[in-house]
Ligand binder design. Structure first.
Ligand SMILES: Nc1ncnc2c1ncn2[C@@H]1O[C@H](COP(=O)(O)OP(=O)(O)O)[C@@H](O)[C@H]1O
Ligand code: SF4
Ligand SMILES: [Mg+2]
Length: 384
């Protein structure tokens, strides 16, 4: 499998009044093209900080202070990666959207309350897929059955060609103000709306033509989250990152949206990074999974291997704490509490709660090592 996005020894800290919160401690995570990767762990273990660091949207007082974030845009396995930590903010802005889209837990934060649904999805198409749409309209104008008055057709085609090459050209701005020639812009918007309706229908919303006229406050939570997914998909991303995107929804809607992501994975997107604290969701949806604890990555494995033969003591404890239909006896909870990340435990951060802790665990940070094909664990007890 070819790599898509990789973090190498990622370190992120938050400078708070209480002290420096060491939120990520040398997290090395690798995501391949074409898979759904689940990142799991208890609340506060650093899942969101990991993906926000990857996308460089960590807010003050947070700072990514070490490591590399390598992006491999093509899946041929030979391409040289780009280190995202060394790229400009304008590069990152284009990347977030054109290649990588993110959806979060709270759809309201992603939607504009005073813009219609149609305008919001269309805007995403106009921003990220303008070239493709101009191409399509130009091809339509060239078609034999096109009845547009010939001189007008030529002017319009020249405008679309300009829009493809130089979207911010002054001529386009001028033309958008001239009543008669404004039709080039109107036609582009009509195409964006047509695509928006298409994608909303694909997301299982039947009356899409009516929905596009509504505003976010007229929609239910599940519907709003679908619209957020539509906006993300309009960019045609290589990677879709969903950070607890279904956690606020009721179980049925949650199942529908996850099913939808699974279907879209076949057609619309190459890879998905799914962040959740719910192991059930991971088991049903993901190909591969990474387990985090207190800012450390503990174990990474293919989904079957992780559930069949979990190795890291924290992964084992986490799996034991999940109720199963076949389970006999009492549920085990993990003893002790999640550490304060201002003064995290030395060495392996799990050592105060670990039944197998040894002297070395208190002193040194365990490196991630392969224990089987596609299965790595960071633990002295496992790798002894
Ligand atoms: N804005 C912030 N200020 C201070 N600390 C933060 C901030 N955001 C996150 N953190 C710290 O980073 C840790 C990981 O947070 P997060 O990635 O949001 O956890 P989760 O795994 O639930 O997504 C938290 O325990 C917290 O200590
Ligand atoms: S490294 Fe040591 S403390 Fe950490 S999980 Fe393994 S055995 Fe436990
Ligand atoms: Mg989170």
């Amino acid at each position: 499998m070819a790599k898509l996005l990789e973090t190498v020894d990622l370190v992120t800290n938050f400078y708070t009044y209480e002290g420096v919160v060491k939120a990520l401690d040398h997290v090395s995570l690798s995501l391949d093209h074409g898979i759904t990767f689940g990142l799991v762990g208890e609340s506060g273990c650093g899942k969101s900080v990991t993906v926000r660091s990857m996308m460089r949207i960590i807010q003050e007082p947070g700072k990514v202070e070490g490591g590399q974030i390598l992006f491999y845009p093509t899946d041929d396995g030979n391409a040289k990666p780009t280190d995202l930590l060394r790229q400009s903010e304008s590069y990152m802005r284009a990347l977030r959207g054109d290649s990588i889209s993110m959806i979060f837990q709270e759809p309201n934060a992603a939607l504009n309350p005073i813009m219609s649904i149609g305008d919001q999805v269309s805007e995403s198409f106009l921003f990220h897929r303008k070239v493709e749409m101009c191409n399509k309209i130009n091809a339509d104008l060239n078609a034999a059955e096109c009845r547009t008055f010939y001189p007008l057709k030529k002017i319009l085609q020249a405008l679309y060609r300009t829009a493809e090459k130089k979207p911010d050209a002054w001529i386009l701005k001028v033309m958008s103000r001239i009543p008669f020639l404004k039709i080039w812009d109107r036609r582009l918007r009509r195409e964006a709306l047509r695509r928006s309706i298409d994608i909303i229908e694909k997301l299982g919303i039947a009356n899409a033509t009516e929905i596009v006229r509504r505003y976010p406050h007229n929609l239910s939570g599940g519907m709003k989250q679908r619209i957020v997914i539509a906006i993300a998909l309009a960019c045609h991303p290589i990677l879709l990152i969903a950070d607890e995107a279904t956690s606020n929804l009721d179980v049925t809607i949650q199942a529908q949206i996850l099913e939808l992501l699974r279907e879209l994975k076949q057609t619309e997107i190459s890879s998905v990074l799914l962040i959740t604290h719910d192991l059930g969701i991971v088991a049903e949806t993901c190909d591969r999974v990474g387990v985090m604890y207190a800012g450390n990555l503990c174990e990474v494995a293919d989904i079957k291997d992780l559930f069949r033969s979990p190795q890291h003591p924290y992964t084992r404890a986490l799996l034991n704490s999940v109720p199963r239909l076949s389970q006999e006896g009492e549920l085990q909870s993990i003893e002790g509490s999640v550490p304060n990340l201002v003064t995290p435990p030395s060495g392996c951060r799990f050592h105060p709660r670990c039944p197998h802790a040894m002297e070395v665990c208190r002193e040194e940070f365990p490196e991630m090592k392969a224990v089987a094909k596609n299965h790595s664990v960071a633990c002295y007890w496992v790798n002894r």
